[in-house]
Every structure is written in structure tokens, then in C-alpha cells.
Write a protein that binds this ligand. Structure first.
Ligand SMILES: Cc1cc2nc3c(=O)[nH]c(=O)nc-3n(C[C@H](O)[C@H](O)[C@H](O)COP(=O)(O)OP(=O)(O)OC[C@H]3O[C@@H](n4cnc5c(N)ncnc54)[C@H](O)[C@@H]3O)c2cc1C
Length: 367
């Protein structure tokens, strides 16, 4: 089998690694537009039990990545300057670049070197392969080359993905207001030296703050001013940290001919549930399993991939959408007192009902 994988993000790297590991005779070509040492953003979190989902099937990758992760067991929601601790909601984090470089090494261990700084920019380049895997992210070029019934719906909130040298003890959601409106930061350490700091506000606040007319320096200074208490003198760091509206990508068809979508090219899941990278990796696992099962029948393999994975993805996407909608209205939620606000926050995705929350977070519920 001759396979083209577009994009060397988590989905493309992990799929290529698994496919080549399972089928050393397959030709796997991975093409990535960026250099190997560059990425957008800072860290990513994995919710629940971190990388446990790949421990059984892929202990080598699990062992390579897990020691590099920052791990904590509580979550903090800070509103009106009052931190509320929600016990038992654990996350693990890692720098996105570090994670990608570890995955590049895993890929090299099965004899595949991704081709970097090469953007796929014409449909001609997709010809001559048995299978084309579109792992080229939310703005996928490959997806645009076929008919997948794609919709891309931008959320109204604005966000920018920063880093900072302030090291936070745990994942914290901080909410503050000033004369322009209300702001939220998702912040957590992703290495012993750096934390991720995602800054978010509603569109009206963004307009009133005058961000449209600010350069990078004034933007950073404004954002640092809003979260001065949280940052305690530390600076924000930019890495292609442009203002964005989160795009909700959905596809009614997951495959067209010999092209299949995985990762963010297939669907995005709002970053507030910290699941996009895991979903991308689970797509890769499911696709390689189907290809293995239906070795001699590609259409059957792709159909099985979609049939098996769609219900799982739809459930998670529903939770991500509910969470995103909570964030779209966070200034209204801020009318609640800190503890009620934290209660509203933790139930936002509809995945944790009060009975389950009592089991997971007894101290918080008692409080
Ligand atoms: C602010 C923010 C915070 C997030 N936080 C988290 C988090 O905490 N936890 C989590 O799990 N997820 C998080 N995510 C989501 C996560 O980043 C994505 O879900 C994940 O990266 C998807 O992986 P992917 O490989 O499908 O796509 P990507 O990571 O986007 O990778 C796609 C790759 O394809 C390349 N590419 C694009 N076009 C072309 C082309 N034409 N030719 C060649 N290469 C191309 C790109 O350069 C890129 O390297 C966050 C996202 C955002 C925006």
C-alpha cells in the first residue's frame, strides 16, 4: 500500500507511526508545511487519565511521553478573586512542540522521516497513492479537494494562545472584569519552566478594548494588565499568538474515494475540554485497526473506521459544543457567586451530573 499523509501534527505523526509499525512493507509518505522545530501555541492538556488510552497497545510511546508530562489532580476556578478548588479533576500536560518532537522520533524509529517545509497545494499532488490521509488540521487543504459535506462555524468569542514563565500549581480558569468587559484565562504549566495561557473574551469586550487597532506589544501589555494579579509580574510570551475565533469543523462524510479525514481536519473539539489531541490520536488508532482488519479492501476498511468511530466522536463533540456554549456566555455566568459559578462551570459539558460529581470531587461538593 502506498499512503500519503498530509500534515505532521498529532494525527498525521501518530497514524504514520502506527501504520508503518504494523505494516513495514507499506510506503508511508508524510508531508508537513512547517519546519520540524516550529508549531503554533504552547502546551496541551490531556484530561482524565492522560495517555492511559494508549498504554496497552503502545507502551513504547506511552513510556516516551508520560515522564515528560506535568501532572496534577485538582482544578481551580477563580472568580471575583476567590479560588475554588475542584478536587479529583486531574489533567496531564506537555509542551506541544516537545510532544510533536517525541512523536517525530517515534516515527523515525519505524524508518519514516517526515518531509518538512513542503505544503501540499494542488490536487495533482494527491494522485498516485492507494490512500490519502488528510491530517492537515482544521483548515485542511486536502479536505477542500473533495466533497465531505464540510461546515466550518466560527464561535463568537475571541482567543489568543500565549505562554508565560509563571508556573501555575494546577490547571486554573481565572475570570476577571474591567471597564471594557469580562475576560477568561485558561492557564496551566506544561513544563517546569513554562505555562500555557489562553486568553479569551467575548466579541463586544474585544471591540471595546480596542484590540483591532493594537500591535503585538500593546496587545501583550493589555492582556498582562488584565491578569496582573494572576501573572504576579511575569510576562506573556507570544508564538504566532494572533486573535482567532475557534472554528467548529464538522463533516457529514468522513471519506471520499481513497481520501479519509482524521484529527482536526475531520472535526474540532473546543479546547476547553482538552481533548483535540487525544481525539486525533484515537482517530489514528481506529484507522490503523480498520486497515489491518480489512487489509485487501480499502473501501470496507474506511467504512468500518467511520462506522466504529462516529458514535464515540459524536458523543465527545456534543460535550465540547456544550462546553463551548458555556464559554460563549461566560460574562452572564459571572453574575453568580464564586462557588455557584464553579458549580456551573464544572457541569457545563453535561458529562458530570451531581451524583457523579459527588464521587469524583467530594470535598468540592461538601463545600
Ligand atoms: C487554543 C487552543 C488550545 C488547545 N488546547 C488543547 C489541549 O489542551 N488539549 C488538547 O488535546 N487539544 C488542544 N487543542 C486542540 C489540538 O491542538 C488539536 O485538536 C490537535 O492539534 C489536532 O491535531 P491534528 O494533527 O489533527 O491537527 P494539527 O495539530 O493542526 O496539525 C496539522 C498539521 O498539518 C500541517 N498542514 C496544514 N496544511 C498543510 C498542507 N497544505 N500541507 C502540509 N502540511 C499542512 C500543519 O502545519 C500542522 O502541522 C487546542 C487548540 C487550540 C486552538
Amino acid at each position: 500500500m502506498k499512503i500519503l499523509v498530509a500534515g505532521a501534527g498529532p494525527a498525521g505523526l501518530y497514524f504514520s507511526y502506527l501504520a508503518k509499525r504494523q505494516h513495514p512493507g507499506w510506503q508511508v509518505r508524510v508531508v508537513e508545511q512547517n519546519p520540524p522545530d516550529s508549531t503554533f501555541g504552547f502546551g496541551v492538556v490531556f484530561s482524565d487519565r492522560a495517555l492511559e488510552f494508549l498504554r496497552a497497545d503502545d507502551p513504547h510511546t506511552y513510556d516516551a511521553i508520560t515522564p515528560q508530562m506535568e501532572i496534577w489532580t485538582d482544578l481551580r476556578v477563580e472568580h471575583r478573586g476567590t479560588p475554588v478548588v475542584i478536587d479529583g479533576i486531574g489533567f496531564a500536560s506537555i509542551g506541544r512542540l516537545k510532544f510533536l518532537q517525541l512523536m517525530q522520533r517515534r516515527l523515525a524509529s519505524v524508518g519514516v522521516a517526515a518531509e518538512f517545509q513542503k505544503a501540499i497545494s494542488s490536487t495533482e499532488e494527491l494522485k498516485g497513492y492507494d490512500l490519502v490521509v488528510a491530517a492537515d488540521g482544521a483548515n485542511s487543504f486536502v479536505r477542500k479537494s473533495g466533497d465531505f459535506g464540510t461546515t466550518v462555524t466560527p464561535l463568537t468569542n475571541k482567543f489568543a494562545w500565549f505562554g508565560t514563565t509563571k508556573i501555575f500549581p494546577t490547571l486554573t480558569q481565572t475570570f476577571v472584569s474591567n471597564g471594557h468587559g469580562s475576560f477568561n484565562a485558561h492557564h496551566y504549566r506544561h513544563s517546569p519552566q513554562m505555562s500555557t495561557f489562553v486568553f479569551e473574551c467575548d466579541a463586544a469586550t474585544w471591540e471595546r478594548a480596542g484590540f483591532a487597532a493594537m500591535n503585538e506589544k500593546s496587545t501583550l501589555e493589555y492582556c498582562e494588565g488584565v491578569f496582573a494579579r494572576t501573572l504576579e509580574g511575569h510576562r506573556l510570551v507570544s508564538n504566532k499568538s494572533v486573535w482567532r475565533n475557534f472554528p467548529n469543523v464538522r463533516n457529514s462524510r468522513w471519506r471520499a474515494g481513497n481520501v479519509v479525514l482524521i484529527g482536526d481536519a475531520l472535526r474540532t473539539a473546543h479546547f476547553s475540554i482538552g481533548s483535540g489531541t487525544r481525539l486525533a490520536m484515537e482517530d489514528a488508532i481506529a484507522l490503523t485497526k480498520s486497515l489491518f482488519e480489512f487489509k485487501n479492501d480499502l473501501p470496507e476498511a474506511l467504512a468500518a473506521f467511520e462506522a466504529g468511530r462516529r458514535p464515540i466522536v459524536e458523543k465527545l463533540v456534543a460535550a465540547a459544543d456544550a462546553s463551548a456554549q458555556w464559554y460563549e456566555r461566560f460574562p452572564q455566568h459571572m453574575k453568580l457567586a464564586p462557588r455557584d459559578f464553579a458549580w456551573s462551570y464544572i457541569q457545563r459539558s453535561g458529562r458530570i451530573d451531581p451524583a457523579r460529581l459527588r464521587k469524583i470531587s467530594p470535598k468540592f461538593v461538601d463545600g
